[in-house]
Design a protein around this ligand. Structure first.
Ligand SMILES: NC(=O)c1ccc[n+]([C@@H]2O[C@H](COP(=O)([O-])OP(=O)(O)OC[C@H]3O[C@@H](n4cnc5c(N)ncnc54)[C@H](OP(=O)(O)O)[C@@H]3O)[C@@H](O)[C@H]2O)c1
Length: 293
């Protein structure tokens, strides 16, 4: 299989490069070799690689900063996926694209399914939703996989931040009213690679039959408070912690430039039933991510 992976230095892209490599020839590109704000550059990169599958692991992911840089966020999160979809269609290739739980407003109160109507609250969320719509409208063979709270231990993430704070301060305030699905980037990458392996030599028609939008998380969810407590409990070096207390707090106590959905957990049964693949419960993945032996 010939794969073009874009964004191999990101949380997800880094893991994808290491899992996709077993499937065949992977061309991995990142900024500045490819700049997603440069339309011609994107087209040139795709045409040069002639892939069967394009995996787009990029994103303008700075949720708060996006509020003051809407044009850059739109170029990377909306226009670039649109171009990748057009180029994939023209080449007869497939596109794997990732989106976000933040397309929802969080008011439903139970895990969102793919048929639920999105209502983005900020620039990041709106530009990601418009990226989904552009990929959908182009058609062809594509998967849009909506992730939720992703982390890696390599780049700055909620997990590395909680570990860092636990070494610096005795009290941590964590919100109990933000609920989502924590996902280790490695498990998301492995599930992507395994589904591509299933399509194998007929990958493009195989994906075309299954084209569409999928929620792509584990089966359960947690609040930031529960997640932080689990991170501290599973910390492989607890002797370094100076933390004494984790106190429950509310999102309203921590104003941010971008509004975020409070309850954005996703229901991933469509993905599981279609591909017979299971992202693990969030705490199982967290334990595996934290083990250092
Ligand atoms: N992290 C989450 O909690 C989360 C949740 C839901 C959905 N998602 C989605 O999942 C996908 C991957 O997220 P992630 O957390 O792995 O993202 P990430 O760690 O922020 O990585 C983003 C990647 O995009 C690249 N990129 C940004 N601007 C670029 C540009 N102009 N040209 C070329 N490359 C550019 C970055 O390159 P540099 O390293 O050079 O900046 C990096 O490789 C994204 O679509 C994101 O929206 C993430």
């Amino acid at each position: 299989m010939k794969i073009l992976l874009i964004g191999n230095t990101g949380q997800l892209g880094w893991e994808l490069e290491r899992t996709l490599v077993c499937l065949g020839e992977v061309t991995a590109l990142d900024y500045p070799t490819i700049d997603l704000q440069d339309e011609d550059g994107i087209r040139k990169a795709v045409r040069g690689a002639v892939p069967q599958v394009i995996v787009n692991a990029t994103g303008y992911t700075a949720v708060d900063k996006a509020e003051s840089e809407p044009d850059i966020a739109a170029a990377i999160n909306t226009r670039a996926p649109a171009i990748l979809a057009e180029e994939a269609y023209a080449l007869g290739a497939a596109l794997i694209h990732y989106s976000t739980d933040y397309v929802f407003d969080g008011l439903k109160g139970s895990p969102y399914v793919e048929a639920d109507t999105p209502h983005p609250l900020g620039v990041y969320a709106r530009t990601k939703l418009e990226g989904e719509q552009a990929v959908h409208q182009t058609g062809g063979a594509f998967l849009i996989l909506r992730l939720s709270w992703m982390y890696s231990l390599r780049r700055d993430s909620f997990v590395t931040k909680v570990l860092g704070w636990s070494r610096q301060q005795p009290v941590l305030h964590m919100v109990t009213d933000q609920i989502g699905n924590p996902i280790w980037a490695r498990t998301a990458a492995e599930a992507t690679a395994q589904l591509l392996a299933m399509g194998s030599v007929n990958i493009v028609p195989w994906l075309a039959e299954r084209s569409g939008l999928y929620h792509f998380t584990g089966p359960d969810h947690a609040s930031r408070y529960e997640w932080a407590k689990a991170i501290l409990r599973l910390d492989p070096q607890p002797q370094e912690q100076v933390i004494e207390q984790v106190l429950p707090a509310l999102t309203a106590e921590f104003p941010t430039p971008a509004r975020r959905p409070l309850f954005s957990a996703l229901d991933s049964r469509k993905f599981t039933e279609t591909f017979d693949l299971h992202l693990p419960p969030w705490e199982t993945a967290l334990r595996l991510a934290m083990v250092r032996k």
